[in-house]
Design a protein. Structure first.
Length: 81
């Protein structure tokens, strides 16, 4: 029993993008917009379910235009302090 704990788990292959998009499209056809966006955001950002529900609007930080071309990307803050 103790040796089982020492054996590391294994990673699973991700779902193909076509499957993820299909699931989102089915949700959209049922007018489940928020849930469809949750599926897409979870896959794109490789989120765990609990991380998705903890996201807030303030978690999304806009780019700093005055900082130059190297800082023109949106940022998603996963763990606020």
């Amino acid at each position: 029993r103790g040796w089982k704990r020492l054996a590391p788990g294994f990673s699973r292959l991700p779902l193909p993008w076509e499957v993820v998009a299909g699931v989102a499209m089915l949700m959209l056809s049922e007018d489940l917009w928020v849930e469809a966006m949750g599926v897409l955001i979870s896959v794109i950002f490789y989120l765990r379910p609990g991380e998705l529900v903890r996201l807030r609007v303030r978690s999304l930080v806009p780019p700093l235009l005055a900082a130059g071309p190297g800082h023109q990307h949106w940022t998603l803050i996963m763990h606020e302090q």
